[in-house]
Write a protein that binds this ligand. Structure first.
Ligand code: B16
Ligand code: MG
Length: 218
């Protein structure tokens, strides 16, 4: 059966987690509390709205609806400033090699990200043309670990969910891909991403014969 490959964005294609962290930390500090890099781990793959809910729980802050909306906007304005100057140098190692390998074999490629800023980031780093479809935070109503983002991506590339391979760096993302019955590949810490079917620290560890085996699999 025809295979499709779905890539998460933040933490898989580019390391934007550091920019998300700086923007959330700035907001936390303005609200009078600290926000650590360890706490930022909880934010990976999680929607912006859910991130703010967690941040306010950490700071023990009760927000009015209006404040919540204002802080969501403020964080994103700061985040956009950080990503403004992103370029190809911020692509994680060997991601273009794997994308090119798939493209050369005419394998459908999709993006499946929680971010509402996915498309401009792909444009800035020069990878947009690799993707046959982009499904991101603007297209879904249910955030990861709900499988909606990946199921929609599979539908848009015309590939059965069980024939899709998903690269993810976040627990919520691996859970979402597993819930969609897809083949999950964890990128990062294998202990954290133990629910993934396969684990690699990064794309430099993924050789082309592994990818070819996934493509050939019945
Ligand atoms: P935005 P991914 C996720 O992207 C990030 O991992 C997560 O930290 C972020 O809160 C979320 O996107 C929403 O991002 O504020 O840009 O809409 O890993 O699913 O590509
Ligand atoms: Mg991610």
């Amino acid at each position: 059966m025809k295979k499709g490959f779905i890539f998460d964005l933040d933490g898989v294609i580019v390391d934007t987690a550091k920019y998300h962290y700086l923007a959330w930390k700035k907001l936390a500090n303005e609200l009078g509390f600290e926000f650590t890099k360890e706490q930022n781990e909880l934010f990976k793959g999680v929607s912006r709205k859910r991130c703010l809910e967690i941040l306010l729980e950490i700071g023990k802050i009760e927000a009015t609806k209006e404040q919540f909306g204002t802080w969501m906007v403020e964080k994103n304005v700061d985040y956009l400033k950080y990503i403004e100057n992103m370029d190809a140098s911020e692509i994680l190692p060997d991601v273009p090699r794997v994308l090119q390998f798939l493209k050369d074999r005419e394998i459908p490629i999709a993006l499946g990200s929680a971010s509402k800023n996915a498309q401009p980031i792909l444009e800035k780093v020069g990878l947009l043309a690799y993707f046959d479809t982009i499904v991101d935070g603007n297209n879904v109503t249910k955030a990861k670990p709900n499988p909606e983002v990946f199921l929609l991506a599979a539908k848009q590339i015309g590939v059965n969910a069980t024939d899709c391979v998903v690269f993810e760096d976040a627990v919520a993302g691996v859970e979402a891909a597993n819930a969609a019955n897809m083949i999950t590949i964890g990128i990062g810490d294998s202990e954290v991403l133990s629910e993934a079917k396969y684990n690699f620290r990064d794309f430099t560890e993924i050789n082309t014969s592994f990818i070819q085996d996934l493509i050939n699999r019945n």
